[in-house]
Design a binder for this molecule. Sequence first.
Ligand code: ATP
Ligand code: MG
Length: 377
Amino acid sequence: MNIYKVGGAVRDRLLELPVADIDWVVVGASAEQLLALGYRPVGADFPVFIHPTTGAEYALARTERKTGRGYGGFVFHASPDVTLEEDLQRRDLTINAMAEDDTGRIIDPYGGQQDLQQRWLRHVSPSFAEDPLRVLRVARFAARYAALGFRIAPETLELMRALSASGELEALTPERSWKEISRALMEPAPQVFFEVLKACGALGVLFPELDALYASSASGLAQLSLATLRQAAVAEQPLTVRWASLLLRLEAQGIAALNQRFKVPRDCQELAQLAGQYQRQALQDDAPSPEALLGLLQAFDVYRRPQRFEEFVTACEMAVRAENGPRLTKGAWLREAAAAARAVPVKPLVDAGFTGQALGEALRQRRLEALQNMQPL
Ligand code: ATP
Ligand code: MG
């Protein structure tokens, strides 16, 4: 049997980028042989194994054939007679379809090295169109390597267009989609991911609420959303802030629909929903009344979830930066308000005998006073 490094590890080494995890492919071996050597199978029907000591992933060389709609509609053929070239051919992009043997020799049957040098994201074969997830993967690689000058080959973009128009994208499970989307959001240029989806028609299928902004009468809202996301990436903000920054300008309904479509994790959902609902109060110039300010702090439950309010203010700051504003004038003031409201102690009220609803009302009153005593904006 022969074992090769494949995929991202080969690509990123050639790009002189740090290699995070290594994928291996095993040629000329059977599952039984690997099991006898102590490799553990990752699943019953999938020819991928975990190395007994390193924990790295080893896949038997395989070919794939599409038999039906969606991700379930694949059959794998893994056997000792599948060649390395055959295995590499089922991969998405030429730059991901290279292997490296233990002497450091590169096996590159599909021109990956040339595309790497010339900065092309190009599909390997027409079977690219068999897995709609590849539309998201290519957009994600475009977002990751944008600063290096990578762009999508016209013929690959054409296939992505056809895939987006075919209805196949709808067959992606929320989990698979979100995995790619969340990884794309964390890339250095996440706005490029959405620009690519727009360019190939996938945005209208997967993010119709965002796509509608391109047609909306409020001109430039779509660009502004992407610019806000871009600022969040420049500031190296976490996933929650990036998701909320992207959706800040959507109606509550649109945000809820997107959250549900991709079964977005709760912390991302909540921040996006609340931020969309309350962004105007942070972004408009005038100061809210102490009552409105308290309402805002309560909505975010700033007492138990101070981080969430902080992330809201940050997302609003990204929106101001996206519009070339110097800063969110209210940012420091909102943070001060949160600190003032949170500083109101509960214990004296409890000691004074307040309980239940009366305690809540007394606490509200003290917090309101704390806000009224703040320096005006
Ligand atoms: P990353 O740095 O994000 O891990 P990667 O290229 O290693 O990038 P993986 O998801 O780890 O991406 O996949 C490893 C390899 O498997 C890819 O380089 C590619 O060759 C192949 N691959 C993964 N998913 C697909 C897919 N949906 N279609 C075709 N090939 C794929
Ligand atoms: Mg990888």
